[in-house]
Design a protein around this ligand. Sequence first.
Ligand SMILES: NC(=O)c1ccc[n+]([C@@H]2O[C@H](COP(=O)([O-])OP(=O)(O)OC[C@H]3O[C@@H](n4cnc5c(N)ncnc54)[C@H](OP(=O)(O)O)[C@@H]3O)[C@@H](O)[C@H]2O)c1
Length: 257
Amino acid sequence: MDLGIKGDLALVVGASDGIGLATAKLLAAEGAAVTIASRDAAALAARAAEFGAEAMPCDATDAAATAALVAGWEAKHPRLDILVMAVGGSQRSSFEALTDADWQRNWEFNILATVRLVRDLLPALRRGHSPRVVLFGAASARMPYAEQIVSNVHKAGHVALVKTLSAELIGEGIRVNAVQPGRTVTRLWTQRAAKLAAEEGSTPEAVLARFAQDIPLGRFASAEEVADVAGFLCSPRSAYVVGQSIAVDGGITRGLL
Ligand SMILES: NC(=O)c1ccc[n+]([C@@H]2O[C@H](COP(=O)([O-])OP(=O)(O)OC[C@H]3O[C@@H](n4cnc5c(N)ncnc54)[C@H](OP(=O)(O)O)[C@@H]3O)[C@@H](O)[C@H]2O)c1
């Protein structure tokens, strides 16, 4: 399927690795001019060079760094057609062990960084051609996971963010949607599996196999499988999809809604 995004100007934040990188590569392969952002400038530049993207280092949880990213964008680009925000994650912990600082840090990571990025880029999006915003929530918004209370809460709030923001912006022609990944093989899971394996005296492979057991499809997703749906939402092919958070989860969320 031709996504119809040739020549679009795209910014993908959280894109030196994982699902953000896979999405950025897909957009570039479809002919968009892609800029990627993340914290580690050297890793980012190396990744960008691999597929002809522009690199703009940024810690999206830092308001000043986000303002600098936006200023850099405005200085170089006439408009923004596609914005993808892939920064987020979880902190595995019991409720009792989480401090106020943990809650605050995760709030900034999962919600405030996205709020600030979209808000600061609204002027560039308003000049965009059929502007599209794609955010990443999580399947945990539909089926909270044990020991992930902080991201369960924030990713549930993310659904409300997407719906409300979308309703507010669609009148200006800015289309906002989200993808909710299920368990996906990225650094997030390889690091978690290594930590759990060390605690349990097993192997990362055994941990991943155990976590795959309750996925109806029987395996983790690849970053590319999740990016395929994000790419569709970034495209005019999804023009009538507005304010949705679409699960790409191998069937793990068993609820009706
Ligand atoms: N993987 C899963 O199983 C899964 C499941 C549910 C939801 N999700 C969601 O999907 C999204 C992508 O997850 P992922 O697994 O692809 O993550 P990942 O593999 O951990 O990749 C994260 C990317 O974001 C960058 N990043 C991290 N913190 C950043 C910050 N403060 N500012 C800017 N860039 C930052 C990282 O580079 P630097 O470290 O250099 O900054 C890296 O490029 C997240 O929102 C996550 O919550 C993932």
